[in-house]
Ligand binder design. Sequence first.
Ligand SMILES: [Fe+2]
Length: 350
Amino acid sequence: MAKPLAYWHVEALGFTVEAYKGMETGHPGIASYLLGSGNIRLVLTSAYPTLLRQKEDEILHFIHNYYAGVKRIVLRTQNVQQVFAEALVKGAIPVRFPVKQEDENGMIEQAAIRLYDHAEIVFLDREHYNGVFLPGYTSPTPVQKDAGPLFTDIDHIASELRMNEISFWTNYLQSAIGTRLIQQITRSADNKTGLLLNINQLPGKTLTMVMAEPESAEARSKVQQNIDNYGPGIHHLAFDTDDILSTVKALKEHHVELVNFPPSYYELLRADPGLSGFDINELEKNGILLDKEGDSYLLQKFIKPFGDRPFFIYEIVQRINGYNGFALKNINVLKKAEEMELMRMATELN
Ligand SMILES: [Fe+2]
């Protein structure tokens, strides 16, 4: 189902198909679409059984177990062998040792290490490749688009993990690829979120990994429910935009299903004198979250799951004046808003 999903990304989210690999290009059993929006590159891959049964088994296995999600996070490097060897010395779990691939457009090299139960971090060198993307891919017929991309970059990749996993994977990424722990929510009396959270980032912010785990087994948090129902792993990708209001309006015109928040949340925003510069009515109308640090701001919006399996989603983020955080306060504000809504419902029932 990569084809209809690629169509949805193009028509609903404004992505462009930049390269394609499949039966028509000599690769039966696999269909891969490279999609672009600003600096974001997503590869959607699907597979179907063929008599040849070459590489599709691994993809079919992933789809069977997880339906749609992130299998590979790809980091560009010009020295795959060295980066991979150093990662292994520091404790990374190997998945694929460095391998080169060549065609008439040049050469690429890649290797992969394990991430979580079923994901991978790939080190890819395509500096010496002049083709459209990777060997096997061709350019599709260009489609004239009347509007520019809606998103600029990948802001962060967020995961929901089991109890006691986030410190393991935080240390793992620190050793294997050199991320730093830049923010966290730890166990404390003030933490009413039911979550523990670690935010890990590569220098230069080229990769930000947000990891959440349930604070306790008893709390029955949303994270624990998701893990019970769908297993742990990468839960959402957040895309940056320069203008979240226009982006959300465009998505609404494309009939994209979006997550909204209770009126109490916006009552709490209106009560905050530090946010008087914002048109809270407009934010409420478009279901946008707002957080503040000094004179910098974060605006957030969530797209509902694009498939029937309600686990993997996209988030949209706009950072104003270099807002550096991840709206950790918002989790508590939303909790409070939820409580206010419950109180209101209880009062109405009485
Ligand atoms: Fe997020």
